[in-house]
Design a protein around this ligand. Structure first.
Ligand code: NAD
Length: 478
């Protein structure tokens, strides 16, 4: 039984004022696996007060001091990498290999990337006697989702601390273990009291208090669109900056002449990896009509060979989805796809057959639909599960139009053998990030969406910039 029974406020471990407790379940078995305390308004007030008090000194630290701190955090993170991988697998059900090779390194490297980026950024832009300074915005509430429970808090904390801000982190209710370990890492690395504070709890309680809190200067929110709308509305009376990083329905354009293996590799890794619970998941697969059959044959063979099962097994590719309610949501979309007339190529409703306690886990069959049209719900809405919607196109112009015909604009994928054409298509996608062929995912650049995928940018210098105010001092003579 894991325990998440403390909050971290002002450099100390503490129990919440009202002490409500919630049970946590193991996504792989559906069984109770731990308990978590829920913070309340009084805890938030204490944390915000601590962050405000710490801001005076921390906001005045030098760039060199903050670089040193960020590097120390990165080093401490590396020492606890295995513990963090186990925490992510326990709370998310992510296969242990994915936790070790993606979730944890991506998070750990955020601190090194932020340190490196901070070293490149000019704190003052001198324009004659006018100096333009970039200064930390102040106390920031960081609100994060469960699907990348290590990366999301790490990216925000690294950027905010690099900028000189102090923070209160509220992680998702299903993923407290990695957040607690992050607090331990920051503590061990020497982050001064009050600079980082952790409040576990419900969005409707802790989140609501943070949204409206007069002493919070900025909210950095990653999550769903409907919740973001409420956060922004609640933050409006105090004119807080609200950074939003939201959902997606990201297209993969497979160009004529593309290598089928590369195309299938992208669709499977980015569409089904992490059980499809990725904001930038390649969930719409756009295929030239004349190559549809060949592509579907190769895709089906690969998907049916994917190992779904025990997250602790080294060779598992896909674990469960995070919760029973997420499982229900995905099932509902699979049914909507069938009812709308899409052709079920593989997978479908229900659970895969798994042995022992795994049969009660929240496992979904990796599912591929063909004959999808871009107006179907499975092509327009974020499913957040392992479901690919394959859409045939006639011309590349047509593919670009379909790709951009979405309320979202987070990520795009282009697969093709003509490098110039692939880049030209990437440039025309209305998304904040585009990955060409099997390029390694780059966590040391900007991340964020167009349209309803959000209004901010995270990671590296782009992330740090979001936590800064700009001040002009005119008439500087000395
Ligand atoms: P969610 O919106 O339900 O919750 C996100 C966070 O908001 C959680 O910590 C939750 O407790 C909190 N919250 C809930 N109500 C709140 C309130 N009233 N005030 C303040 N906070 C509140 O999202 P989720 O289900 O945890 O995450 C999945 C969503 O996140 C998907 O839509 C996914 O695409 C998106 N996401 C986006 C990115 C990105 O970088 N763009 C990355 C990861 C996930």
């Amino acid at each position: 039984m894991r325990k998440a029974d403390q909050l971290y406020i002002n450099g100390e471990w503490t129990t919440p004022v009202d002490g409500t407790v919630q049970e946590l379940t193991d996504p792989a078995t559906g069984q109770v696996s731990g308990r978590m305390v829920l913070g309340g308004g009084a805890d938030v007030d204490r944390a915000v007060r601590a962050a405000r008090q710490a801001f005076g000194a921390f906001g005045a630290t030098t760039v060199a001091e903050r670089i040193e701190l960020l590097e120390a955090i990165g080093a401490e993170y590396a020492r606890r990498a295995e513990g963090m991988a186990q925490a992510v697998t326990a709370e998310l059900g992510s296969p242990i290999n994915l936790s070790r090779t993606l979730h944890v390194p991506a998070a750990q490297h955020q601190f090194h990337h932020a340190a490196e980026a901070l070293g490149r950024m000019e704190p003052v832009d001198r324009r004659g006697s006018t100096w333009v300074r970039r200064e930390p915005i102040g106390v920031c509430a960081l609100i994060t989702p469960w699907n990348y429970p290590a990366l999301q808090p790490a990216g925000k904390v690294a950027s905010a601390l690099a900028a000189g801000c102090t923070v209160v982190l509220k992680p998702a209710q299903t993923s407290p273990y990695s957040a607690l370990l992050l607090a331990e890492i920051l503590d061990a690395a020497g982050v001064p009291p009050g600079v980082f504070n952790l409040i576990l709890g419900r969005g409707s309680v802790v989140g609501d208090v943070l949204n409206a809190h007069p002493d919070v200067d900025m909210i950095s929110f990653t999550g769903s669109g409907p919740v973001a709308e409420g956060v922004s509305a609640a933050a409006a009376p105090t004119a807080k900056r609200v950074l939003t990083e939201l959902g997606g329905k990201s297209p993969q354009i497979i160009l004529p002449g593309a290598d089928v293996d590369t195309a299938v590799g992208t669709a499977v890794f980015y569409g089904l990896g992490n059980s499809g619970q990725t904001c930038g998941a390649a969930s719409r697969t756009l295929v030239p009509r004349e190559r549809l059959d060949a592509f579907l044959d190769a895709l089906t063979a690969r998907v049916e060979g994917v190992k779904v099962g025990d997250p602790q097994a080294e060779d598992t590719f896909m674990g469960p989805v995070v919760s029973a309610s997420q499982w229900d949501t995905v099932q509902d979309y699979i049914r909507q796809g069938i009812d709308a007339g899409a052709r079920l190529v593989t997978g479908g409703p229900g659970k895969p057959h798994l042995p022992g306690p795994l049969k009660d886990g929240h496992f979904v069959r990796p599912t591929v639909f063909a004959d999808v049209t871009n107006d179907m719900a499975i092509a327009r809405e974020e499913i957040f599960g392992p479901v690919l919607s394959v859409i045939a196109y006639d011309t590349v112009e047509d593919a670009i139009r379909i790709a951009n015909d979405s309320p979202f604009g987070l990520c795009g994928y282009v697969t093709g053998t003509d490098a110039r054409q692939a880049r030209a298509v990437a440039e025309r996608m209305r998304t904040g990030y585009v990955l060409i062929n099997d390029a390694d995912f780059d966590f040391n650049t900007s991340w964020g969406g167009y349209k309803q995928s959000g209004n901010g940018r995270e990671w590296a210098d782009f992330g740090i910039g979001e936590y800064l105010e700009t001040k002009s001092i005119v008439g500087v003579t000395s």
